[in-house]
Structure formats: C-alpha cells, structure tokens
Design a protein around this ligand. Structure first.
Ligand code: TZP
Ligand code: MG
Length: 216
C-alpha cells in the first residue's frame, strides 16, 4: 500500500530483474534474496520478452513469492508493465514505459494505492509526464549502452541525464549500463538513485556491488 507521500530514498539502489536476465544456473529468488541481504532499496520484477522463462501462472506465483521476500526486508516490490499482475498480488508499485499501458490509465487505476514509475528518455516525455498527477518517479535512460534491453533507446549520457533533471518535477532514478566504473558520473548529477540489472546479476560480489550503489 502506498504511503501518503512517496519516499524517493527507495530509488537509491534499485534492482530490476526477471528470468530473461539470468543464466540457467542462476535462480531469480536466490539472486533477489542476495540483493536484499546486501541492502537494495527497491526491487522491480521485470519478466518479459522472448527470453523470459515463466508461463503466465508461474509468473503470478513467482511474483507473489518475490513480494513476500521483499517485505521481509521492508523493500518495495514493483511490477514492470503488467498492471493486472500488480493488482492481483497487491504489489507496492508498478513501473511502465512509454509504450506500455497508457500512463494516464495507470494512475487512474492504481495511482492512489501504488507507487507509479514512468520511463522517460527525453525532454518531451518529461514535459508531458510533469502534467500528469499521480506519477511518483521517472526512470531516465539509458544513460550508457546496455546489453540488457534489446529495444533500448540511444543512450543519453550523464549530460542528457543532467538536462532531464533540470525540468523534471519528480525524483529521477537513472538506468542503463550503470557499472562500478561509471557510477561516479551519475553521483555528480545528484538524482535520487540508480537502477541496475547486470551490475548485480553479473557481479561476483553482490554485497560489494550493492554497497557501491548505496554509497554513490
Ligand atoms: N530500461 C532502460 S535501460 C534498461 C532498462 C530496463 C536495462 C538496464 O540494464 P543494465 O544491465 O543495468 O544496463
Ligand atoms: Mg516497461
């Protein structure tokens, strides 16, 4: 259940992951638990695309288990794209892209109950989103080149992120290609946080990687 006002601190170390992001040797529940133990501040269940491994029913069951796991750590559980799934399992939030469910319909449906995040990659998208009541944060990127999203827009770089920050009326979480080697460029811009897939899924030391996000 959404608290009265959204706390942007939850965006600090935001882990995004679904079965398509893992090798056959990795388990989603195990990696999310490791990330939670290490201190992630939000988790987004993003299970989609041709490489996702779960059937509809399995996705529902997995999402429910992951929500319970996140709640053991008082970490919000956010569903990417699928508003119906988010409602079925009473998720803490939903994150939609520009081409997913229309944002106005999403805030009307769940905006009073759930955190609502919207992906924005340019000024025009931010200007339109600023006019819509009920959005809690913007996911901006990709900042750097990413291998985790096949249909990613061109990367905007730290300068592009800084420009979006000047006009955004909501907190921003940066996403796309963020690693230990480039995160200092994000920190300088002082957005609310960073969202990552591969920085955690490819990490040989998840504790350390999450701490790099938290300290950035
Ligand atoms: N949206 C924009 S870039 C991206 C998403 C979901 C992928 C981020 O993955 P990574 O591995 O952190 O670059
Ligand atoms: Mg989406």
């Amino acid at each position: 259940m959404k608290t009265q006002s959204f706390n942007p601190d939850v965006l600090k170390a935001y882990f995004v992951c679904g079965t398509q992001d893992l090798t056959p040797q990795q388990s989603l529940i195990v990696i999310v638990q490791q990330a939670l133990k290490a201190g992630i501040t939000a988790y987004q269940f993003r299970d989609k695309g041709p490489h996702a491994m779960l059937s509809h029913q399995q996705r529902l069951e997995e999402a429910f288990k992951l929500k319970q796991l996140c709640h053991q750590y008082q970490v919000p559980f956010i569903v990417d794209d699928d508003v119906t799934l988010a409602q079925q399992i009473n998720a803490d939030g939903v994150h939609v892209g520009q081409s997913d469910a229309k944002i106005q319909q999403v805030v009307t449906k769940v905006g009073s109950k759930m955190i609502v995040g919207l992906s924005c990659s340019n000024k025009q998208e931010i200007e339109i989103a600023n006019q819509i009541t009920g959005i809690d944060y913007y996911g901006c990127g990709p900042i750097f080149v990413t291998n985790s999203k096949e249909d990613a827009a061109p990367s905007i770089g730290p300068c592009g992120l800084a420009q979006l920050k000047t006009i955004a009326t909501r907190p921003i979480v940066a996403i796309g290609g963020i690693t230990a080697d480039n995160i200092s460029a994000i920190s300088q811009i002082k957005v609310a946080g960073s969202a990552v897939i591969s920085m955690i899924t490819n990490s040989s030391d998840i504790q350390k990687s999450v701490q790099q996000l938290i300290k950035s």
